[in-house]
Ligand binder design. Structure first.
Ligand code: FES
Length: 311
């Protein structure tokens, strides 16, 4: 993995009761450039554990004097979002990875249809800055709970005018209409909970959209689970994975380097062969056939018995 960047929290503010925005500036030198849809991994020292959570960069990609991220306080937090909400203050230094992009807009699309729910708005904040600059056609459909998960709503309404479509909780979102009779060369992008992603993908498929024009990003950061033990087949080393720790974090704490990019079960970088034990697969990358041989340690866990890994 590339060298970590040290950044200072130059501003922090609550956008809603559960969404806190951080502005980050370089502690040394300049920040690397980024493209819309990029994310960074924020390293969070939680006692003896160290978490790394991925957050989309929400600022204008043309402005690399600062990065911005927005963090939703998770109900079932393993401690990362709570730490960022309750422990981190203006002036603190954070370690982050350089930006990586797994969700870039398609440069030649005739129309960009963005569909976000809640904190899923974050990658689209950078999209909108870049797409407006290039005078691309863009429209946003934003599902939110007023007063809770409606970050940036007013700003987006003013910025996009008639191209902004807001859906406060309880409103009907007519995906058939949104995805019907669109110009040839349109691309649809969606970000939010899995249910929304599934709905958008199912509607798009039913309406004849080619899969190459349907893009999604999920927020499937590692969730807590039952503790379990794993054994490394090549060294015989045994490692305990606690309830709050991901399998990947346990491997890293034991000194193993496992390639990773998204830490959310979507990029495929961390695929690791498992040889024995029951696995609870939580990724969105492997096919069922592949899951019989591999697991994604950033999100997936052992359940019950001990897990033997080909490491
Ligand atoms: S790091 Fe991307 S799937 Fe695990």
């Amino acid at each position: 993995m590339s060298a970590l960047l040290q950044v200072r929290v130059s501003d922090a503010r609550m956008l809603t009761p559960v969404v806190r925005e951080f502005t980050l500036t370089a502690e040394n030198g300049a920040l690397p450039g980024f493209s819309s849809g990029s994310h960074v991994q924020v390293h969070l020292p939680l006692g003896e554990r160290s978490l790394r959570n991925a957050y989309s960069l929400t600022g204008d990609p043309a402005d690399t004097s600062q990065y911005r991220i927005a963090v939703r306080l998770q109900d079932a937090s393993r401690g990362g979002s709570r730490y960022l909400h309750q422990q981190v203050a203006i002036g603190d230094i954070l370690s982050i990875s350089p930006p990586a992009n797994l969700f870039a807009p398609h440069s030649t699309a005739r129309l960009h249809i963005l569909i976000a729910a809640g904190i899923g708005i974050t990658p689209f904040m950078a999209y909108i800055s870049a797409l407006e600059k290039s005078q691309a056609n863009v429209e946003l459909h934003y599902l939110y709970r007023p007063g809770l998960t409606d970050a940036y709503v007013t700003q987006l309404q003013q910025r996009l005018g008639a191209r902004f479509h807001g859906y406060p909780a309880g409103s009907h979102v007519d995906l058939t209409t949104i995805l019907s009779d669109r110009p040839l060369g349109s691309h649809v992008y969606t970000c939010g909970p899995q249910r929304l992603l599934d709905d958008v993908c199912q509607h798009a498929t039913r309406l004849g959209w080619p899969s190459s024009r349907v893009h999604w990003e999920t927020f499937s950061a590692a969730q807590p689970g039952q503790p379990f033990e794993l054994t490394l087949a090549r060294s015989g080393q045994r490692i305990q994975v606690s309830a709050e720790q991901s399998l990947l974090e346990a491997l890293e704490s034991a000194g193993l380097q496992v390639p990773n990019l998204c830490r959310g079960g979507v990029c495929g970088q961390c695929a690791t062969r498992h040889l024995q034990g029951d696995i609870e697969h939580r990724d969105n990358f492997l096919s069922p056939a592949e899951q019989a041989e591999y697991l994604m340690p950033c999100v997936s866990r052992g359940c019950g018995s001990s897990v033997l890994l080909d490491l």
